[in-house]
Design a binder for this molecule. Structure first.
Ligand SMILES: NC(=O)c1ccc[n+]([C@@H]2O[C@H](COP(=O)([O-])OP(=O)(O)OC[C@H]3O[C@@H](n4cnc5c(N)ncnc54)[C@H](OP(=O)(O)O)[C@@H]3O)[C@@H](O)[C@H]2O)c1
Length: 329
């Protein structure tokens, strides 16, 4: 098959390209070229922000197009300009209007689509992806829209899935700061599993809208798995949501955060999704321990001293341990 990956030089898109090449497909990646493509793929350079930016790949008939963009204008132009038997769009669980329900299905209410062509900042990420989904589903090619949950594993530049095994592998004391929320429902999908399934959908030209993430796992169990893959003897130090907030510690992502977890009760279901439809369409997810072990290996080969993009720095970890010692967190 001749596959056009719009993007394909970052993380997920690149892993999709690698998987397609492994299965013997011909892969062209379209990007501005700020990073190299996978070995064996062709890179066609262009800027999707230009109205005729896709011209170098628009004159051909592709077996499939895979798009990872979050910009409605870019996606609309791809639907308008490209000729393909099948169109796969990588969306996100952020498209849903609310997150207070655990494991909601694809039929749950969506946010209003972003108006205009450009998502100015990540505040409107969900709305932008809704607009992108609409464009793809309104195109002439049969389309698969994949609403991915948190993507994890090797290459996770965000540091979210590597943080916990890394922290347990490098504790600053005999205890590791964790949210006192053992039943919080976590989920993530390994980048390799998501990529393999995307290529399967391409091969089968399967249409539909699909949630895609791994099984829902209690936070306490996910953290025990992280500690086990790290071979760590450190014990968790549970700290309450309120105390963490007082100490300036957030959930999910970014500096001074505790990843995989969100304290806001309105977002309790955010990480999880009902994936019945995707599993019926061939999605297979590996055990969490494999993803966390490989995320740890990725963390360990990062340059020493490189600033973490998620989790607690050693200084923050010590500060929270000191502030919560000898008292209930
Ligand atoms: N990370 C998560 O946990 C998570 C969760 C849910 C969903 N998702 C979705 O998963 C996907 C991740 O994709 P990804 O890892 O491949 O990363 P990405 O950062 O979305 O990929 C961007 C790709 O598009 C290219 N690009 C950007 N601007 C361009 C332009 N103006 N013209 C042409 N090409 C352009 C980039 O290459 P150049 O810079 O060289 O142009 C790069 O290849 C996204 O759809 C994201 O929304 C992620």
């Amino acid at each position: 098959m001749r596959l056009l990956v719009l993007g394909g030089t970052a993380w997920l898109g690149r892993t999709v390209a690698e998987e397609a090449l492994r299965r013997g497909h011909e892969v062209t990646c379209f990007a501005r070229g700020t990073a190299p493509v996978a070995e064996g793929a062709e890179l066609v350079r262009g800027d999707r922000d230009d109205d005729d930016g896709l011209a170098p790949v628009a004159g051909e008939r592709w077996d499939a197009v895979v798009d990872v963009s979050r910009q409605p204008g870019q996606v609309r132009r791809a639907v308008r300009d490209l000729s393909s038997e099948h169109h796969v769009f990588v969306s996100t669980g952020n498209v849903y209007a609310a997150f207070d329900t655990v494991e909601q299905s694809e039929d749950a209410a969506l946010r209003a689509p972003l108006e205009g062509e450009v998502m100015a900042d990540m505040e409107t990420y969900g709305e932008a992806k809704v607009a992108c989904e609409r464009a793809v589903l309104g195109g002439s090619a049969p389309a698969a829209v994949i609403r991915s949950g948190l993507i994890g594993g090797p290459g996770d530049w965000s540091g979210r899935t590597g943080y916990w095994p890394w922290r347990f592998a490098h504790p600053v004391a005999e205890e590791v700061v964790v949210p006192d929320d053992p039943d919080f429902p976590t989920a993530l999908i390994d980048v390799r599993d998501l990529s393999a399934w995307i290529v399967t959908l391409v091969e089968e030209r399967a249409p539909g809208v699909f949630n895609a993430t791994g099984p829902t796992t209690r936070l306490e169990d996910a953290l025990a798995t992280a500690a086990a893959v790290a071979g760590s003897g450190a014990r968790p130090r549970p700290v309450s949501r309120e105390r963490l907030a007082e100490l300036g510690i957030d959930g999910w992502m970014g500096p001074a955060s505790l990843p995989l977890w969100i304290g806001d009760p309105d977002w309790r279901g955010f990480a999880t999704m009902d994936t019945t439809r995707a599993r019926a369409a061939g999605l297979v997810t590996r055990p969490l321990r494999e993803t966390l072990a490989d995320a740890l290996a990725f963390e360990e080969q990062r340059p020493a001293g490189e600033e973490r993009r998620a989790g607690l720095s050693d200084d923050d970890e010590r500060r929270v341990l000191a502030a919560t010692s000898g008292r209930a967190g």
